[in-house]
Design a protein around this ligand. Sequence first.
Ligand code: SF4
Length: 314
Amino acid sequence: MKNKEIKILLSAPRGFCAGVERAIEIVKKSIKKYGAPVYVRHEIVHNKYVVDSLKAIGAIFIEELEEIKDKTRPVIFSAHGVPKAIPLQATKYKMEYIDATCPLVSKVHREAENLYKAGYHIILIGHNNHPEVIGTMGQLPEGAIDLIQDEHDVEAYELDQNKKIGYTTQTTLSIDDTQNIIKALKKKFPEIKAPFKEDICYATTNRQTAVKNIAKQCDMFFVLGSRNSSNSVRLVEVAEQAGCAHAELIHSESEIPFEQLLNCKTIGISSGASAPEILVEDFINKLKNKFQIKIEEVEIIKENIVFKVPSKLN
Ligand code: SF4
């Protein structure tokens, strides 16, 4: 194996986005300010490595506020956003809370609220049960938002003729699949109101475009990220749709397919917005132990977006 040469096309940008950096910083700064433990509702971002490293410094992850034994401790809401009922519940419990919702998810929340106030019925394009979708739907009373997951849902969707409709989307969807759903929606409802600015976020867009740019040249493509990370799973799909015959997610329990790599000249690597760069480095080091590796980074755009943490933590 050791004589086998493999070229790695390293997709860039990849890994942490500004929303993830901010959410992790919020947990670290909260522990510094309030001491440990600090509760976090849901995985702060969908990555086991990140969650484990925050647990090690005093974060306790829970799914619902009821689970918190000591309600004198603060609680942080994850980057995916929460339904409106959750901060209200924290207030009822007299708990201090810090909201780590990504500002780009909050933007979608405000959009949905504005549409609702203007008398629109809202269609949310997204994945059922994803926490971001639960959070967005929970910004408005039940029945104000309908979820559409694919073009079949559009076909089957029926609307009261007198209603105006508008749509918003989850921030981490596949750009191409979403465009097809939007096309189908516009065909069925020509008057449908589109968001003022695209809801799929800059980080999702850049990571997918970068993968698309190199996938066709790769015999295999690897995306570092967790199984419950929507944007990581989408990158695997994008690599395959863009012409790579074999793309796979490398998560905490994955085995590296060394035998299959023996048949590869060029492979691609990227990582989801919640995956730290150390996971990419570890993966490449494991490949270096077996093969002669050449790395070429292919960057399509420089990212310089930074989101500030809430001022009360500074
Ligand atoms: S992927 Fe996009 S929406 Fe999600 S945290 Fe990152 S910047 Fe925010």
